[in-house]
Design a protein around this ligand. Structure first.
Ligand code: AQP
Length: 334
């Protein structure tokens, strides 16, 4: 089976963008692959973080993976910082990655802009750490949302550079991964501005629906979300980004086709469509929330899942790290 690797940062609650852009797709394809799903806590400290929340949020994301349907029969769940090879490979990759490749990353530029003087070296290095995550597991596929595409392209550039400098065509050092990005749901937009992606770091809670929002909060957020005064509802009108986003959300959550949604909702007004979207969202999230409540109270179970995950992931990570060190010419410790 081909390998899949992906991850989410433990920075607050997961939202519908994380679910529809990433986790739901992991669940859908997991039977066809050998999967590694990581909670990327080292990435979470690339911006100022709260030390009192980091460990609890890490458990929360692991519990959400399970609640969303990640199945341990096909998938390994583990925590990035539990495996020191992630940091070690990052250093090795740092030393062959040109600085200007990182300086042109869109996410870095956007996040750096928000932080002014306090930008850490870690934030600049975020994509190299992500490359290490992917490469340590010889991943063939990386299912992510559209916003991560540029980082995977960078990972591929790093692989090509290492293989060119330290490998041979017959014996490459690292495997070249491919992104796995769905067209639908790859970019879920904010509820308060249809031109911005739904994001954990948006200061407004009203801009996103968290997977753990209670039904009345979901209903309120959808009721108050931004719309437009144009009659009827339609996909793909660039003048109506909110309309396209809300119809897309409904399509993905109801599992209807685009044609069905356009037919069923085309004549509706917002007053009719919003309750329908709210109801569908609540129905989709209810079973996830039920499952989550059970898992999160069983800390021993989450710990055992993460321990088993660490042992399995570590075996692969150590092998790849040793391969890279040998290729780079390091001496072997006795
Ligand atoms: N709006 C989105 N639409 C589709 N996919 C999305 N993803 C994130 N936002 C959207 C995908 O979710 C996965 C995990 O993301 P992450 O938590 O590791 O990092 P992120 O991209 O930084 O998440 P946020 O919510 O957007 O946080 P901030 O506000 O910090 O930037 C990834 O596969 C991502 O593509």
């Amino acid at each position: 089976k081909q390998r899949v690797l992906s991850g989410v940062q433990p920075t607050g609650n997961l939202h519908l963008g994380n679910y529809l852009g990433a986790i739901r797709n992991w669940v859908e394809v997991q039977k066809n692959y050998d999967n590694y799903f990581c909670v990327v806590d080292l990435h979470a400290i690339t911006v100022p973080h709260d030390r009192d929340l980091l460990a609890a949020d890490t458990y929360k994301i692991a519990a959400l993976y399970l609640a969303c349907g990640i199945d341990l029969e096909y998938s390994t769940i583990f925590v990035q910082s539990h495996i020191s090879a992630h940091s070690e490979l990052t250093w090795l990759l740092n030393c062959i990655t040109p600085l200007n490749w990182l300086e042109r990353m869109i996410q870095f530029k956007e996040k750096a802009l928000k932080q002014g003087e306090n930008v850490s070296v870690g934030l600049l290095d975020y994509p190299v750490l992500m490359a290490a995550d992917i490469l340590l597991y010889d991943a063939d596929r990386v299912p992510v949302g559209e916003d991560q595409k540029q980082h995977i392209e960078l990972t591929r550039d790093i692989v090509l550079r290492i293989n060119d400098q330290f490998g041979t065509p017959e014996q490459p050092v690292l495997k070249l991964p491919e992104p796995l990005i769905r067209t639908e749901g790859a970019r879920v937009m904010s509820l308060t501005d249809g031109t911005k992606k739904m994001s954990k770091s948006d200061p407004s809670e009203m801009s996103r629906i968290s997977l753990l929002d209670p039904p009345e909060v979901i209903t309120k957020k959808i009721k108050r979300c931004k719309t437009d005064p144009i009659k009827g509802l339609e996909f793909d009108n660039p003048e109506r980004p909110e309309c396209n986003n809300l119809l897309t959300l409904y399509m993905l959550l109801s599992s209807k086709t685009k044609e069905e949604v356009a037919r069923d909702c085309g004549e509706m007004g917002w007053g009719q469509f919003k309750p329908l979207l709210a109801e569908t969202t609540v129905e989709t999230l209810e079973p996830i929330q039920e499952k989550y409540k059970k898992i999160i109270t069983d800390k021993g179970y989450i710990e055992s899942v993460l321990k088993e995950g660490r042992i399995k992931a570590e075996a692969s990570a150590h092998q790849v790290l040793a391969r890279v060190k040998t290729a780079l010419g390091f001496s072997v410790p006795l």
